[in-house]
Design a binder for this molecule. Structure first.
Ligand code: GLA
Ligand code: ZN
Length: 675
């Protein structure tokens, strides 16, 4: 089920249960919300002990009153299930709901996001409250969406989880012999005699079986998704018809978000860039990457569920948001395909861990604060862009980012254990494409490659079954695939492939990987021109961390290493295969290498971005396609004012002449040509 709206959502997490003894506060809140064009608030995240103060005793009156008041004022509600934090009575009566850590100690009551997600009692209690909430509020016209729990994360090593893990393994491998074979347990004599001997990885015990480590991560991810599905099921069985979502996190690797996304109607995420740590344009690109990961999970509009209206309060230094940054952050989410830009939090609480975290309304309460004015301005901007809601983002280029591959890389015990710089290498490919003004999808190995003309696969160490065949077919039919070093090394159980790598693709890439050199942090090599000059590329580029040595078997060597005993050996290769081209990048090259290489490859293939004008440094371009028009989003995260020659169309927002000041934003609506 997709969410359809004809406006963009603006609002955020609101916890009025902290103010029930001061009803006048709630009344001013609503007045202020209306003033700031807030149209949606999220209620109920962490409200469990106010909703079920004693086991089986529910109190929903206060919530209903607030929902009614909001609705009377034109504000709709995203209603959360409260399972992100549990009441004290539950932990006291049923200690099994508390997590057990990796060293097998049971935690005390406290904090949040720390329940055993296997515990039948916890699941039962969650089901009960979800059912009651759904029965009461599903029919309420204000409720537009359900928000499942909050930022799912973490793992539990209790005996219930160990049992569930063993059942999960039995389903996957059927016999213990098969498990031993997949996990290569003959190594160090770690053969299992039965499933009952299997324990989750622990520093007190087993960490040396990579297959175990990988499967444990899969289990934790699956178990969390299963827990979420049970919550969704409870809501559906109790009659909800609204879409469901859950809020995801930046660069979070504990759950395979591609699998999770299959179970929700809409994906949303919480965006907290720490501005000021780097140049704005650099930070903005990191954020852009995650927006695109999130959008690509369902290839549909998503929601920025949280962002801070002011400073956050959980990092070492709490930096204020400079003027314009709030609007730019919200604009960026819409540009990348979000249908709403929301905040944590609408009002600061009086006490507790987040009392000083940025909020739309602070303890002073007035509407004459800088933050409140920024929120109002953002509300105006979102209102002006309302018609873009529901429009799609289409990409001809994609970058691979596969959760299981990232896990396997981390567990691999290979050429560099201190840091493989895998995520940066993925982001380098992404940035190179973005600089050229392309929309970029971020996909995993299960995704269909056929919609794309260009795919980058950085460090695809683990190959899922069938992945090599997928790449082969893609290139054969005319696709361009850029693979980088250390790819196609191991299977889904982290068993090394036999017979040469990249597994199943040596003919496609026209080479065989031979060795890989791990470089110390202070070392570097270069990727240089060698032999016939490669047009469009510089004389040389720095490469660091990992240098793969390959043996060409048909591929053309385009560039070579500059130093070490492998100076002159291939560092960049190209192989024409079927109708397409397969490139292999052997080392972790600097950004400029990818910028130049991708510019060259895309130009040669005639793959053009939707915006053909000059893109100054720091300026970001994205395009959303509606049924009748395209929306071109331009924004400047650089330090200098930029002048953009705007295409013909209606300027929906920003300067009509194309003047983009730092943190400036422009949207041009371009009517689709008839016929
Ligand atoms: C997360 C949580 C919120 C809040 C914010 C603070 O995103 O979901 O409940 O704690 O962080 O930044
Ligand atoms: Zn557990």
């Amino acid at each position: 089920m997709e969410m359809k709206t004809d406006y963009l959502m603006h609002g955020g997490d609101y916890n009025p249960e902290q103010w029930l003894s001061m009803p006048e506060v709630l009344e001013t809140d609503i007045e202020r919300f209306v003033e700031a064009k807030i149209n949606t608030v999220t209620l109920g995240v962490f409200s469990w002990s106010k909703l079920e103060p004693r086991e089986g005793e529910f109190d929903f009156e206060w919530l209903e009153k607030i929902i009614d008041r909001l609705y009377e004022n034109g504000i709709t509600v995203i209603l959360a299930t409260p399972s992100g934090a549990r009441p004290h009575w539950m932990a006291d009566k049923y200690p099994e709901v508390l997590r057990v850590n990796e060293t097998r100690q049971r935690m005390l009551f406290g904090g949040r996001h720390n329940h055993c997600l296997t515990s039948p009692v916890y699941r039962e209690k969650v089901k009960r409250i979800d059912t009651e909430l759904a029965k009461r509020f599903a029919p309420h016209p204000a409720v537009r969406m359900w928000h499942i729990s909050n930022e799912f994360s973490g793992q539990c090593h209790c005996s219930l989880c160990q049992e569930a893990f063993r059942d999960w393994l039995k389903k996957r491998y059927k016999t213990i012999e098969e498990l031993n074979d997949r996990w290569c347990t003959t190594f160090w004599s770690h053969i299992y005699d039965s499933f009952e001997q299997v324990e989750s990885p622990s520093l007190l015990g087993e960490t040396s079986i990579m297959g175990l480590n990988l499967d444990w991560r899969r289990f934790v991810s699956d178990q969390t998704i299963d827990f979420m599905e049970q919550e969704i099921l409870a809501l559906r069985e109790a009659g909800i018809s609204q879409p469901v979502t859950t809020n995801l996190m930046y660069r979070f690797d504990g759950i395979d978000y591609f699998r999770l996304a299959e179970k929700v109607d809409l994906v949303s995420w919480d965006n907290y860039p720490l501005w000021g740590q780097k140049e704005d344009w650099e930070k903005a690109r990191e954020t852009a990457f995650w927006h695109d990961v999130i959008r690509s999970l369902k290839k549909q509009p998503f929601l920025m569920m949280e962002s801070s209206p002011g400073s956050t309060n959980w990092q070492k230094v709490s930096k204020l948001k400079k003027p314009g940054m709030l609007e730019a952050t919200s604009f960026q989410s819409i540009a990348h395909g979000a249908d709403g830009a929301m905040y944590f939090q609408m009002r600061k609480g009086r006490g507790g861990e987040e009392k000083l975290h940025g909020a739309v309304l602070d303890h002073y309460d007035g509407n004459d604060t800088r933050t409140f004015r920024d929120v109002c301005r953002t509300g105006e901007m979102l209102a002006a862009l309302g018609e873009a809601a529901g429009s799609r983002t289409q990409a001809e280029a994609a970058v691979l980012y596969d959760w299981e591959n990232c896990w396997a890389l981390e567990e691999s015990r290979g050429p560099r254990n201190q840091d493989l710089h895998a995520r940066e290498s993925i982001e380098k490919s992404y940035r190179a494409l973005r600089r050229l003004g392309h929309n970029v999808d971020v996909i995993d190995q299960s995704c269909d490659l056929s919609p794309y003309r260009f795919v980058a696969g950085p460090m695809q160490y683990l190959f899922h079954e069938g992945f090599a065949e997928k790449i082969r077919a893609y290139v054969e039919r005319g696709g361009i695939f850029v693979m980088t070093y250390w790819s196609g090394v191991a299977d889904e159980n982290d068993r090394c492939f036999l017979g040469g790598t990249p597994h199943g693709l040596m003919d496609v890439f026209g080479l065989r990987s031979e060795e890989i050199d791990g470089l110390y942090d202070w070392e570097e090599n270069r990727i240089c021109q060698g032999g016939e000059r490669l047009a469009g590329m510089r004389e040389s580029y720095v490469c660091k961390y990992l240098c793969q040595l390959v043996k060409p078997m048909g591929a053309q060597t385009l560039m070579v290493y500059g130093s070490d005993f492998y100076a002159g050996e291939p560092a960049l290769l190209k192989n024409h295969f079927g109708e397409g081209d397969a490139y292999y990048v052997c080392a972790d090259a600097e950004q400029a290498f990818y910028d130049d290489l991708y510019r060259k490859i895309l130009a040669e293939a005639g793959i053009r971005s939707a915006f053909t004008g000059e893109i100054p440094d720091g300026v970001e371009v994205t395009v959303r396609k509606g049924e009748e028009a395209e929306y071109l989003f331009l924004q400047n995260f650089g330090r200098e004012t930029a002048m953009i020659s705007l295409p013909e169309g209606e300027v929906l927002f920003g300067d009509r002449e194309g003047k983009l000041e730092p943190l400036g934003n422009i949207v041009v609506k371009i009517k689709k040509k008839q016929g």
